[in-house]
Design a protein around this ligand. Structure first.
Ligand code: 3PG
Length: 308
């Protein structure tokens, strides 16, 4: 019987990506794809997982219940962040959890600049705005998305700085990016800060009032990472103290409506996370997920395992 790869995507991949994933599956003997798209309620995912030999997800919640229910021994998050997988449960159950690093990073970087330009031009209100050229942008965490942000920023003629204690100075400097010695130095030096840290116990709420207050006049925080890393409770206080501050986020904070009502000119939020929502990113990440599953099942390849 063919091995079933369940694609559980509450926010579906582009149709072109699903086609490419089907082609990838068909190029290997003994596999089939099952789609569970736009499902409503976690129970639908739990039920579908019961007969899956492998699972592909996006931001879908791979809870302990899903993992316990499923006979699958591999789950791939088609994307970068894997905070939506219960990794402890996966490890307890002997399930290999993977991500597909780098596959959607250009899409995320492009969206960051789309939102930055829109805000720099006053949301197209007809009045004179400002340019990105010669402004300083600080990249907070220099992974795949951060690297792409640096590349595009240079195209805009921006000065690029970065802080990432996990990436060597040589690696960052090789891209023509200046390394900051501390997170405080990054925020106090830059007109824009682009966030690319993962959401975990250490980073949650770490981008707070004190840190953001260090940004120069007219500073803008761009968040295409995770909403949990920004201390939402302190955002209102920040806008009151700093009417010049701008917050752009692809992951609207819980108090988005309130902030939009009170500080309309200072905030920009997408209605639904859009960073990875391009046909190209969906094709890259979706096909990579299929290939990683087959490589794991056929050859035990755990290159992209995140719960080692
Ligand atoms: C990621 O971590 O790869 C991005 O946040 C994209 O998430 P999405 O696949 O849910 O759009």
């Amino acid at each position: 019987m063919a091995k079933k790869i369940l694609v559980a995507t509450e926010k579906p991949f582009a149709a072109a990506a699903v086609e490419k994933m089907k082609e990838a599956v068909a190029s290997h003997n003994g596999y089939e794809l099952e789609l569970l798209e736009k499902y409503e309620g976690q129970q639908a995912f739990v039920d579908a997982a019961k007969s899956a030999d492998a699972i592909i997800i996006r931001s879908d919640k791979a809870t302990r219940e899903v993992l316990e229910t499923s006979p699958a021994k591999v789950i791939v998050r088609a994307g970068a962040g894997f905070d939506n997988i219960d990794l402890a449960a996966a490890t307890d159950l002997g399930i290999v959890a993977m991500n597909t690093p780098g596959q959607n990073s250009n899409a995320v970087a492009e969206l960051a600049f789309g939102m930055m330009v829109f805000m720099a031009r006053g949301k197209f209100n007809g009045k004179a705005g400002v340019e990105l050229k010669e402004k300083k942008i600080g990249i907070h965490a220099y992974g795949n998305v951060g690297k792409n942000v640096a590349r595009v920023a240079k195209g805009f003629g921006m000065e690029v700085l970065a802080f990432d204690p996990f990436v060597s100075t040589e690696t960052i400097e090789a891209d023509g990016v200046k390394v900051c010695g501390s997170v405080e130095e990054l925020y106090s030096s830059c007109d824009y800060v682009s966030l690319h840290i993962p959401a975990n116990d250490k980073t949650k709420d770490s981008i707070n009032f004190d840190l953001l207050s260090k940004m120069p006049k007219g500073g803008t925080l761009v968040n295409t990472a995770r909403k949990e890393v920004v201390c939402e409770a302190e955002l209102e206080k920040l806008f009151e103290a700093r009417p010049d501050f701008t917050y752009i986020s692809d992951i609207a904070p819980t108090n988005a409506a309130e902030l939009e009502a009170k500080f309309a000119d200072n905030v920009l939020f997408t209605p639904k996370k859009m960073g990875a929502q391009t046909a190209e990113a969906n094709i890259n990440a979706g096909v990579a997920a299929v290939e990683q599953i087959v490589a794991f099942i056929e050859n035990g390849d755990t290159t992209f395992q995140v719960n080692k």
